[in-house]
Ligand binder design. Structure first.
Ligand SMILES: [Zn+2]
Length: 120
């Protein structure tokens, strides 16, 4: 990958990570704020529903945060954009659509087909 492409993705991933981390802070603060005044059972139920939704969101965010951090490490190690299965370059187009991709489209498709076959 060209240096200017690496710079582009490094900036993109860094900004994305910062954005997710600030959102994660808000989620935690939101949970803490709504802890008050839950004597009403209806409020309590609504609160529980919202809380489990927020926790699910946070799980998904933390998975994504890990992936972004790994991609940033790959950039430092000089292996970003290289398919971890077959070692070919992942296309820039694919990386722009999915900057945390670690496999080329062929390997990704093959992996998904295997997962479908074994019901994973
Ligand atoms: Zn591949």
């Amino acid at each position: 990958m060209e240096q200017h492409d690496l710079d582009y993705f490094k900036k993109l991933l860094t900004n994305w990570l910062a954005e997710l981390l600030s959102q994660a802070d808000n989620t935690v603060l939101g949970l803490r704020d709504s802890e008050d005044n839950l004597s009403d059972p209806l409020d309590r139920a609504a609160y529980d529903t919202e809380r489990s939704y927020l926790l699910r969101m946070r799980d998904r965010e933390s998975v994504l945060i890990k992936k972004i951090k790994r991609s940033l490490e790959d950039i430092e190690d000089g292996i970003y954009g290289i398919c971890e299965d077959c070692g070919t370059d992942i296309s820039i187009k694919r990386l722009k659509a999915r900057p945390v991709a670690r496999r080329c489209i062929q390997c990704k498709t093959r992996q998904e087909n295997i997962e479908k076959l074994i019901g994973a």
